[in-house]
Design a protein. Structure first.
Length: 469
């Protein structure tokens, strides 16, 4: 059972919806007043949560119902309900025209967990995700959004080997490259096979072959896969280390070409008894995309952070971090842009999702406290620059610059505030507010002739609550 516990901890740890989601559009003048009031009310309530570094949403452990049937050793039934209201203001950096999207998303899940015997486990999880008002009618057959989120069989093939086959969430390390992306209502699940071998000395080796594109098994083989091996070792002295090799195979890129990209890297994190901690991750890529070579070493991503957790009534925690990732240089036939694969961007590069670990220079300062029991208040400042101003800079939600010849590398600054509180019995809530201040590079991308691009602050607000059943 120790291997299974490690396996689930290793694999079960949200880019955001596209601009085409169903939304309610409100005029900016009235919407700003309404949202300010709503957010103040949210912060004054006791039901809010901060988005920690990659973790599953929710409050306390799920209150699963357990019972036994003749053909099963144990069955657990669990569920989840989650709602999030979001408002995005001035994403065009103009506060004097246009409308701002406001929408409410809902996630409903129910899961059956079967312990068939000591060596075999089956897990089924269905999910319904939708935006309020997305259907033509909620009373006819147009209702959709229902899906099998996870469906896998877990088999202890050997004392030290655990296999999972089917649709499953996969999250590796600190999820900068491979994440289950739980911020999204849909989250992310992959189809395939995952195996975990207990190599001893508190280490595991994970191998995986998964599909990330639903055309991967069609007769023309024009799909995408992500495969690889991931080694992790957790030592008693607080040192946590990873080494990995990940292969992205994409037989139909946006440019109608192909991509074969290897990612080799490692991660380390040391936590000391004093509360001080340091972490680092570095990766390089090699291969070919759309007929262009991906040069080894020149294509890279590096992360470093350091901080301290103080043993005080408020549990203050402070951290500074930096990220750098290569971009495409002008005048070369190679593709030197680092690819962040399928990451948890929301957790690392600003909760407005304006950036990825690609063509990036990023600095951030974080501070958080626990003002009450089971609550957390977090404030973060992010600074973004592009490594190559002629290459695209942006994130899952917005492209700040498609790349401008002679443009500035300064993309902007973001301030994030989140507050979360667990109410007990599986009920939790969270509120967040963010502001992005466009830099000269972002303005350059929107400059037309002698007309300078707008630079009014972009704003993001959300209120989220949920319950584990």
């Amino acid at each position: 059972m120790l291997l299974r516990a490690r396996f689930m901890q290793h694999l079960s740890q949200d880019p955001l919806r596209s601009a085409g989601v169903p939304v309610i559009r409100l005029q900016r003048s009235s919407h700003a007043v309404w949202l300010s009031v709503a957010f103040c009310v949210a912060l004054s309530s006791a039901g809010l949560r901060t988005q920690d570094r990659p973790a599953t949403e929710g409050g306390e452990t799920s209150h699963a119902l357990e019972f036994e049937l003749p053909n099963s050793k144990k069955i657990k039934v669990s569920g989840e309900l989650r709602w999030r209201a979001e408002s995005r203001q001035n994403y065009d950096f103009k506060n004097d025209a246009g409308t701002d999207p406001f929408f409410v998303g809902q996630r409903a899940r129910i899961a059956l967990d079967f312990d068939v015997n000591d060596d075999v486990r089956a897990f089924l999880q269905v999910a319904d995700t939708r935006q309020f008002g997305e259907e033509t009618s909620t009373t006819d057959r147009s209702a959709d959004g229902f899906d099998m989120h996870q469906a896998f069989l877990e088999w202890k093939a050997h004392e030290d080997l655990l296999l999972k086959i089917g649709r499953q969430e996969v999250a590796l390390g600190e999820q900068r490259l491979v994440s289950s992306l739980n911020w999204l209502d849909q989250a992310r699940a992959l189809d395939g096979v995952v195996g975990v071998y207990d190599t001893g000395e508190q280490s595991t080796l994970t191998g995986f072959a998964t599909i990330i594109n639903n055309d991967a098994l069609q007769t023309d083989n024009r799909g995408a896969w992500i495969n690889g091996a991931y080694w992790n070792c957790k030592q008693e002295n607080g040192l946590d280390t990873d080494l990995y090799a990940i292969l992205l195979l994409n037989e139909e890129t946006i440019a109608n070409g192909t991509e074969h990209r290897w990612t080799f890297g490692g991660r380390a994190r040391q936590t000391f008894d004093s509360g001080f901690f340091v972490g680092a991750e570095a990766a390089t890529q090699v291969g070919e995309v759309d007929g262009r070579d991906i040069p080894f070493i020149k294509t890279y991503g590096v992360h470093a952070d350091a901080g301290i957790q103080l043993d005080d009534d408020l549990k203050p925690r402070f951290m500074v971090e930096a990220d750098i990732a290569s971009g495409n240089k002008p005048g070369t036939n190679d593709n030197e842009r680092f690819n962040s694969l399928i990451p948890f961007a929301h957790a690392y590069w600003g909760q407005m999702d304006f950036a990825l670990w690609e063509n990036m220079l990023h600095f951030a300062v974080h501070a958080e406290i626990q003002p009450a029991a089971k609550s957390k208040l977090k404030v973060a400042w992010h600074m973004f620059q592009s490594m190559e101003p002629t290459d695209r800079f942006g994130g899952p939600v917005l492209t700040l610059s498609p790349g401008v010849v002679g443009g500035s590398d300064k993309m902007g600054n973001e301030i994030d505030i989140t507050y979360r509180h667990d109410l007990g019995s599986g009920l939790w809530g969270e509120a967040g507010a963010s502001m992005f201040l466009a830099g000269s590079g972002s303005r350059d991308a929107r400059t037309v002739g002698s007309v300078r691009g707008d630079d009014d602050p972009a704003l993001f607000f959300y209120y989220m609550m949920g319950i584990k059943l």
